[in-house]
Design a protein around this ligand. Structure first.
Ligand SMILES: Nc1ncnc2c1ncn2[C@@H]1O[C@H](COP(=O)(O)OP(=O)(O)OP(=O)(O)O)[C@@H](O)[C@H]1O
Ligand SMILES: [Mg+2]
Length: 348
């Protein structure tokens, strides 16, 4: 197990609440984790589980309606900074240079009226004292690094002249431009088709190899996690409900929700394997029920699950954690042992 000293990011008891007309939305409910230098930490969970809000909170990018508490310590090469509550000037120094982000839709990051070369060069010059010509040359090299064909010509293209996959590679080039220590990639491949996804994942690997950055890889796709991450956090209803190495999460999950996610994932390696999806949907973040938020969907649910929310606790000697009163009973179970198969006439 790697020690705290290796952590580039230490998040402790992070909580985010939004005040809305409908009530208080408890989007993140006490999340703690460490991101170690050079590692890829996958964050997986259904839509609305708090993945994006949690990562936006790290960089102070949430709207004013958000109430954020806890601690986010960034241990950069030049010292440790508490990011929660930090001033705009501190956060601006960290964003892009210390920690950079890749979002799902590249057009939210790119400005349509400037060439991609100009935007990469501006990102470089925001943090480095280099002349325009030198920054442009670096932009060409970065475009080549993320496998954009003809980078010397493409550097003068506008975002709309590029395909979606190329645009996302430009965003990755910007994310790696200032050699960040952490890259947060929030659903970086979700808007793209499968072959382009593979190219984007390769570009992210290049970005990590060239910068040495650690990465938070957020996705709802366990397939993306399997090939990329070292460790995984599984999120449900604003909390981490299971944490472990990729092997632990895939082969010995100790939270029924994780098992359900695995059963919901189509597999190409096992022909005709039926899906065993989780029925129902997650609870409303406004009217969160007492007890385990997964209990209404959980085949193992018992009265204790409705009465008491289980803490995230060690599942054994391996360092894995799970939040389930019955994690011991999951040993050796497959998704089909807990969840009903999808009926054949509704199977894809
Ligand atoms: N600005 C906001 N105001 C009020 N509620 C918000 C706001 N932003 C997010 N939420 C709520 O916070 C919860 C967590 O949202 P978040 O975007 O983090 O989910 P997610 O796990 O990233 O989902 P997805 O997979 O769809 O991206 C949701 O219930 C969402 O509706
Ligand atoms: Mg999201």
């Amino acid at each position: 197990m790697t020690s705290t000293a290796d952590a580039v990011l230490q998040v402790a008891d992070l909580r985010v609440e939004f005040r809305t007309d409908e009530g208080r939305v408890q989007a993140v409910r006490g999340v703690s984790y460490q991101l170690h230098r050079g590692e890829v930490l996958g964050i997986v969970g259904e839509s609305g589980s708090g993945k994006s809000v949690m990562s936006l909170a790290v960089l102070g990018l949430l709207p004013g309606s958000a109430r954020v508490s806890g601690s986010v310590r960034f241990a950069s090469r030049s010292g440790v900074t508490e990011l929660l509550g930090a001033s705009d000037s501190v956060l601006c120094g960290v964003r892009g240079q210390g920690i950079s982000m890749v979002f799902q839709d590249p057009m939210t990051s790119l400005n349509p009226v400037y060439t991609v070369g100009y935007q990469i060069a501006e990102a470089i010059r925001a943090h480095q004292d280099v002349r325009a010509n030198a920054a442009r040359q670096q932009a060409v090299e970065l475009l080549a690094a993320v496998s954009i064909p003809n980078p010397t010509e493409r550097v003068d293209s506008y975002p709309h002249e590029l395909s979606g996959g190329m645009r996302q590679r430009v965003v990755i080039a910007i994310a790696m431009a200032n050699r960040p220590e952490v890259i947060i990639a929030d659903e970086p491949t979700t808007a793209l088709d499968v072959t382009v996804q593979a190219q984007i994942l390769q570009a992210l690997r290049t970005a990590r190899a060239q910068t040495g950055a650690a990465m938070l890889l957020i996705t709802h796709d366990l397939g993306v996690i399997a090939g990329q991450a070292d460790r995984v956090l599984v999120m449900y209803a604003g909390r981490v409900v299971e944490a472990g190495t990729v092997e632990e999460i895939f082969y010995t999950p100790r939270m029924p929700y994780t098992l359900g996610l695995l059963g919901s994932q189509p597999r190409l390696d096992v022909r005709m394997l039926r899906l065993h999806p989780i029925r129902g949907g997650p609870p409303s973040a406004i009217t969160m029920p007492p007890g385990c938020p997964f209990a209404p969907r959980c085949p193992l649910a018992a009265p204790v699950c409705v009465a008491e929310e289980p803490p995230l606790a060690p599942t054994g000697s391996t360092g894995g954690l799970s939040a389930c009163h019955f994690s011991d009973q999951l040993e050796g179970l497959a998704p089909g042992d807990l969840f009903r198969p999808l009926a054949r006439d509704t199977a894809p």
